[in-house]
Design a protein around this ligand. Structure first.
Ligand SMILES: [Zn+2]
Length: 211
């Protein structure tokens, strides 16, 4: 019999024992948990002001790599959104702002200074450094986040780590998933399983068409 047993679970990590699940499916699930479940990341950046020493592209890259809390019940991926618009709409994108203001001393602008039009979509941590500014320097940026998958770019990875380790018993593996913080680890696993079954279903249909 197939079985899936939760061995341990906390806010960051979940470990499950997979029994009698063929290795290629277990491994496909591992990969999907890593980069096949959609999460939010900043994708478009409008630099209104950047007088820091870091180039605009550098600031945009840093912002893109900040994991964002993701609520999958409220948003859809742009490719599935009814707006069919390149700029997106309130169902498929979220606007974030950051304005360092002026500073008297050299300081580091942190992720906690980012404000979001939707409080459920915001940096997972307030303590991620973005850029250093000195007196007379300032950054002011408008950014748009959207759902995406790590397959497209690593900034959309749902997990930092996803490992599959065999146990001493035959046909038994332990899958461990560590979240970036965007989603809960159990949500990644549950969505990963439904994504895997969706892909297998699509594959089956494709095979049926070939016949
Ligand atoms: Zn839309």
């Amino acid at each position: 019999m197939y079985s899936l047993e939760v061995l341990s679970q906390d806010k960051q990590r979940i470990s499950v024992k997979l029994k009698n699940i063929p290795l290629q499916y277990a491994n496909a699930l591992r990969r999907i948990c890593l980069n096949g479940v959609p999460v939010f990341a900043i994708d478009t950046v409008d630099i209104i002001e950047n007088s820091s020493v870091l180039a605009d592209e550098g600031v945009a890259h840093r912002l893109g790599m900040i994991p964002l809390k993701t609520d999958l019940s409220k948003y859809v991926e742009p490719s599935n959104c009814e707006c069919h618009s390149e700029t997106g709409c309130s169902n498929c994108r979220v606007m974030l702002m950051i304005d360092s203001g002026d500073t008297d001393t050299t300081r580091t602008v942190m992720s906690g200074e980012i404000t979001s039009e939707d409080d459920t979509v915001k940096p997972v941590s307030d303590k991620i450094p973005i850029v250093q500014i000195a007196p007379g320097q300032r950054i002011k940026i408008e950014a748009y986040a959207r759902l995406g998958r790590g397959l497209e770019h690593a900034k959309w990875n749902a997990s930092n780590i996803a490992t599959l380790i065999p146990t001493e018993k035959e046909d038994e593996h332990v899958l461990t998933v560590e979240t970036t913080g965007a989603l809960s680890p159990e949500r990644i696993l549950v969505d990963g399983i439904s994504e895997l079954s969706k892909r297998l279903e699509e594959f089956k249909m494709l095979l049926a068409e070939l016949k």
